[in-house]
Design a protein around this ligand. Structure first.
Ligand SMILES: O=C(O)CCC(=O)C(=O)O
Length: 277
C-alpha cells in the first residue's frame, strides 16, 4: 500500500515533536465530524464539560470517549487516514486508540488551553502521538502552539486542568521510577522557547508526539467559533500503567471499571486496534 507521508515529514516529526500535514483529510471527513459534534452537543456523554467557569460568556467545550456513541466519530476513528499516518510516523506495526476528544471554542471565548503535554493525563506507558484536526480554517494565532523539541526534554510534567484557572494537579513526585514535575511557565517566558504554529485550511492537520508541550497564547481569542477533533493513538507494546492519584477521578476509574490491570497491553473495548484495519 502506498505511503501517505514522505521520509522528510517523518524525520521532521521526530526532530520537532509536531508537524503540519497538508490536505491529508478529504472534506467529507470534516463535514462528518462537524455533524458528529452537533449531535454530541445535543446529546452529550456524561463526560461533556465546559472549561469556562462563568455560564453567560462564550465557552470552551469538550467531550471525550464518544466514538462509540456517535456513528460519525466511529466511522472517522476506524476508517479515516489517521491510523495509517500514525503508523508511518511511529514506525508501528499496530496502532491502538487511546482517546478521542473534540474541543470547541466559541467566538470571543477567553478560556484557553493551558500549556501541557498529553502523556501525563493517561495511565499508559509507551509510544504515542496525537492528531489535531481543525474543522474550520484556523489561523496560527487562533489555535494551538507547540513548543518545538519539547518531546525530547526527557521530562514528565504534572497535568494541568483545562478549566479556567489552569490548576496543576498533584504534587511533584516519583512513581514507578518516573519523576513528575511542575510544568514550566511557558507563557511568562515565551522568549525562552521556539514555537511551532500554523495556519490550517480544511483538510490540514497537526500530528504531534504525546510528550510535546502545547497550549494557546492567552492573547489568542478566536473571532469565530472554532472546533477541532483530536485522537490519541499508541504503537504496539504500549501498556496500562496506573500512575498518580491525579488521574484517578476520571480516566483511571473508567479503565479499572472496564477491567484493565497494570501491565495489560492495549486492546479490548476501550482501546481498539485501528491499524492494520
Ligand atoms: O484544540 C484544543 O483546544 C486543545 C487540544 C489539546 O490540547 C489536546 O488535544 O491535547
Amino acid at each position: 500500500m502506498k505511503n501517505i507521508l514522505s521520509l522528510e515529514e517523518i524525520n521532521q516529526f521526530k526532530a520537532d515533536g509536531a508537524i503540519v500535514l497538508r490536505n491529508k483529510f478529504d472534506i467529507h471527513w470534516i463535514e462528518k465530524l462537524k455533524i458528529g459534534i452537533a449531535k454530541d452537543i445535543k446529546s452529550p456523554s456524561p463526560r461533556f464539560k465546559s472549561h469556562t467557569t462563568k455560564n453567560d460568556i462564550p465557552a470552551y467545550l469538550e467531550d471525550y470517549w464518544t466514538w462509540d456513541l456517535v456513528p460519525e466519530f466511529k466511522d472517522f476513528v476506524f476508517n479515516s487516514p489517521t491510523a495509517k499516518i500514525a503508523a508511518e510516523l511511529l514506525g508501528a506495526k499496530k496502532i491502538h486508540l487511546i482517546m478521542d476528544n473534540w474541543f470547541l471554542r466559541e467566538a470571543g471565548s477567553k478560556s484557553s488551553t493551558p500549556f501541557h503535554h498529553d502523556i501525563s493525563y493517561f495511565d499508559v506507558d509507551g509510544t504515542m502521538c496525537v492528531l489535531w484536526l481543525p474543522l474550520e480554517p484556523t489561523g496560527q494565532d487562533e489555535g494551538v502552539a507547540w513548543v518545538k523539541g519539547s518531546h525530547l526534554w526527557n521530562k514528565i510534567f504534572l497535568r494541568v486542568l483545562f478549566k479556567d484557572g489552569h490548576k496543576v494537579e498533584g504534587k511533584e513526585c516519583i512513581i514507578n521510577g518516573k519523576k513528575y514535575e511542575n510544568p514550566p511557565d511557558i507563557l511568562s517566558n515565551k522568549n525562552k522557547y521556539e514555537f511551532l504554529k500554523w495556519d490550517c485550511e480544511l483538510g490540514d492537520c497537526v500530528m504531534f508526539d504525546m510528550r510535546t508541550l502545547h497550549g494557546t497564547f492567552s492573547s489568542s481569542i478566536p473571532r469565530k467559533t472554532l472546533s477541532r477533533y483530536t485522537l490519541r493513538v499508541a504503537k504496539e507494546n504500549t501498556k496500562i500503567d496506573y500512575v498518580g492519584d491525579w488521574t484517578s477521578y476520571s480516566y483511571r476509574k473508567a479503565m479499572q471499571d472496564a477491567g484493565y490491570k497494570n501491565g495489560d497491553n492495549l486492546g479490548g473495548n476501550m482501546f481498539p486496534q485501528l491499524w492494520p484495519r
